[in-house]
Ligand binder design. Structure first.
Ligand code: ZN
Length: 265
């Protein structure tokens, strides 16, 4: 597999495409073709939104949340397993909460025993790709390999095909090939309703507060048990926030369930 494209590289290339589109639009405008110029600008904007907004429909459908009429919500964790994940599993067990882990195949290889425990504890294991490489500019073969290698890593760790066919693209960024390639392997694209930005480590209280505000019926909360770009990074603030988050859900009469249960699949 080629080296993963990082977020800043993908953004840089998207900006280059946008600059090219702007130059083209300017040339069209200068030559009097105003409608064509406007079309180029609108097209570039739509493609940018499709790539960078996880729920934008142009690059295929994604499932982001559940019903607003049932009193359930889902906690989801990306980028693991990592150094904090075993402790997170302890806390979730104490709270008697099942969650969803969008795991990286690379990390499943590094922490097979943690993957096995996720499965044994009844959590949902879903795919975040193999190495967190950004997919916007990648073709279907690359996307398929990211999924396939993650499937094998989870199977090797658990001895079963317990990985559920939900795929959350790294950062939610998708390209024209992402959805089609994932669908061909039987996956649905998974997004979220609220990102907590726990990756910036704003403090346990802030993580509890932001999450509590977002906990409404059908909510899918995006948290991180690890770091997609720094495999050694721990997430102690996120782990420490879990009891407060679970208490807030209980106060509101919300039951915390797995993503697949929430979206009814
Ligand atoms: Zn990620």
């Amino acid at each position: 597999m080629p080296d993963p494209m990082r977020k800043n590289q993908a953004v840089g290339r998207a900006v280059a495409v946008g600059v090219g589109a702007t130059a083209l639009a300017a040339a069209l405008f200068a030559s009097g073709r105003r409608a064509a110029a406007a079309g180029v600008v609108a097209g570039a904007g739509a493609l940018g939104a499709a790539a960078f907004v996880p729920t934008a429909p142009l690059f295929g459908p994604s499932v982001s949340g559940g019903s607003h009429t049932t009193m359930t919500a889902a906690l989801t964790f990306d980028d693991g397993p990592g150094p904090s994940t075993a402790e997170l599993l302890d806390v979730l067990a104490e709270q008697d909460v099942r969650a969803t882990f969008f795991v990286l195949g690379r990390q499943a290889r590094a922490y097979p025993e943690v993957i096995a425990r996720m499965a044994a504890d009844g959590h949902q294991i879903a795919s975040h790709g193999f190495d967190h490489g950004i997919l916007i500019f990648r073709g279907p073969g690359y996307v398929a390999a990211q999924l396939a290698e993650t499937e094998v890593a989870v199977r090797d760790a658990t001895g079963t095909d317990i990985l559920t066919p939900y795929f959350r693209a790294p950062h939610g960024f998708r390209g024209p090939a992402t959805w089609a390639a994932a669908r061909r392997r039987g996956y649905r694209m998974a997004a979220w309703t609220t990102g907590v930005w726990d990756t910036t480590e704003p403090g346990t209280e802030v993580i509890v507060e932001r999450t509590s505000r977002a906990l409404v019926p059908g909510a899918v909360i995006l948290l991180h048990d690890a770091d997609g770009w720094d495999a050694d990074r721990a997430r102690p603030q996120t782990v420490a926030a879990i009891p407060g988050i679970c208490a807030a859900a209980r106060d509101r009469g919300l039951r915390l369930v797995r993503f697949d249960e929430l979206v009814g699949a």
